[in-house]
Ligand binder design. Structure first.
Ligand code: ZN
Ligand code: MN
Length: 479
């Protein structure tokens, strides 16, 4: 039977603040276990949490970027559950009055635009980490450095229908978090985590099937694989008459499959109630307006603007706006007004990106200033040097830090486009190769190419190939 997949996602992002959500402990990654703790984040009795204002503003920024409704009053709740890495036995989170709700994210998927609803955006504290024994050790260990780190949770509506759609959703959302600067999104350090949920229903049916949530997926590609796996697994189960029940499953990246973890709790299991130790937060219009004014141009609108304003293709605009710093670099190079946006885009996409990848550096650390890259693009675009020479000039710019005009001048790389200089060489070559000329006259088109080589050799490759072709055609026609 054909089924339709219904896919949603819960997203957790650690916010980029120096201190934790309710105490002054550092959030820095990689410190020795339990060195970044205090009575508040250790869950001692009698302590009082105080909210980190910057964390709240980061969360508010994302809520606004995701077009959420922000209520004038919001507060925290206690979510009660027991885990060894959660010393209070409850997590301070939001449930009754989320910071943002009913938003949406428009994202490009395979050439069309998909709107994914955002059910809510809220702020909560992260738990600690359990370190389970390797072979030979007997005890599990608890590291509470992460306990109390501000965590942003974003819950999407189940508006996606295919693995490609959740792939695009994750990338678009990550880009918004990076563009707004609220999280560094390092998935390998667990600072951004996606938990997809998948259910199947017979095509055409309105009611949803049993919702399966997947945890422990460490990368965007792993989420896509896990979703593909679940669609196949659930299809087989339903086809064989099995009844699926809601559950949480774990992704095993090594084996490439999900395994059952636990029956899914419902909201009632957590016994939420308003956190009595924290005051409610009033978000007035002035505060909202200030945060809204801090929002940068977001990736998708920026991409569309580059397409329209600079006449770039969707692929080029997509690659360039995938990273805010790269897009900034590109736009500064275009603003230098030396080369066409298209030419600059090609240099950035083909060469700058390659070098950034090779050196594993961010566009901010790229050593060539944008106006110099534009100058190089202009040298090629106006035919002063050819494309391959341009590449080697770029290497020299990286090695010496000199401007491209200087390198071209010092090394005498400028192409010869001067017709009078080239025509003499063309005539010499034609005179020396009567047989080839005869072949060409006899209709052997390949003979033409046999004449280009010697001309280029005589000019040490510096003749403008287009001019050489034109002059050869001209002279041969006159023969
Ligand atoms: Zn603390
Ligand atoms: Mn959560």
């Amino acid at each position: 039977m054909p089924y339709e997949a219904v896919i949603g996602a819960e997203v957790h992002a650690e916010l980029a603040t120096l201190t934790k959500l309710f105490c002054g402990c550092s959030t820095a990654f990689g410190a020795p276990p339990n060195t970044q703790t205090c009575p508040v984040c250790l869950g001692m009795p009698g302590v009082l949490p105080v909210m980190n204002r910057l964390a709240f503003e980061h969360a508010l920024k994302v809520a606004l970027a995701l077009n959420c409704h922000v209520d004038p009053v919001t507060f925290f709740d206690r979510k009660n559950y027991y885990y060894p890495d959660l010393p209070k036995n409850y997590q301070i989170s939001q449930n009754h009055r989320n910071l943002g709700r009913n938003g949406h994210l428009d994202l490009p998927v395979e050439g069309r635009s998909l709107r994914v609803g955002i059910w809510n955006v809220h702020l909560e504290e992260d738990a600690g980490k359990l370190l389970h024994p390797e072979s030979g050790q007997s005890d599990s260990l608890v590291d509470l450095n992460r306990a109390g780190t501000p965590l942003l949770e974003i819950v999407s509506a189940p508006d996606m229908r295919a693995p490609a759609e959740i792939d695009a959703f994750m990338r678009a959302l990550r880009n918004i978090l990076l563009y707004t600067g609220v999280s560094d999104c390092k998935m390998q350090e667990g600072r951004l985590r996606f938990e997809p949920s998948i259910s199947l229903r017979p095509a055409g049916q309105k009611e949803y099937g049993a919702r399966i949530e997947i945890k422990n997926v460490g990368s965007i590609s792993a989420v896509v694989k896990a979703v593909e796996y679940e669609i196949q697994r659930q299809t087989r189960a339903l086809d064989s008459g099995e009844r699926l029940t809601p559950e949480t499953r774990l992704w095993d990246d090594r084996l490439g499959r999900t395994v059952s973890m636990r029956r899914k709790e419902t909201s009632a299991d957590y016994r939420y109630f308003p956190e009595p130790d924290l005051v409610e937060i009033r978000v007035d219009e002035t505060w909202k307006a200030r945060i809204r004014a801090e929002l940068p141009e977001l990736p998708v609108p920026r991409r569309l603007r580059l397409q329209q304003q600079l006449n770039l293709g969707p692929y080029e605009a997509g690659v360039l706006t995938d990273d805010r710093a790269l897009a900034d670099y590109f736009e500064s190079a275009v603003a230098a007004g030396k080369a066409s946006p298209k030419a600059v885009a090609n240099w950035v996409i083909n060469d700058v990106l390659r070098i950034l990848n090779e050196r594993q550096i961010s566009p901010v650390a790229f050593p060539i200033p944008p106006d110099r890259l534009a100058a190089l693009a202009a040298l090629v675009e106006t035919g002063v040097i050819g494309q391959p020479t341009g590449r080697s000039v770029l290497d020299d710019m990286l090695a010496t830090g000199e401007p491209p005009e200087e390198i071209v001048r010092k090394k005498g790389l400028a192409q010869i486009s001067d017709e009078s200089a080239i025509i003499a060489i063309v005539d010499r070559v034609l005179a020396a190769q009567p047989q080839v000329v005869a072949d060409w006259k006899a209709g052997k088109k390949a003979a033409f190419n046999a004449l280009i080589g010697p001309v280029m050799r005589e000019t040490k490759g510096k003749a403008n190939p287009q001019v050489v072709r034109q002059l050869l055609e001209k002279r041969l026609a006159e023969q």
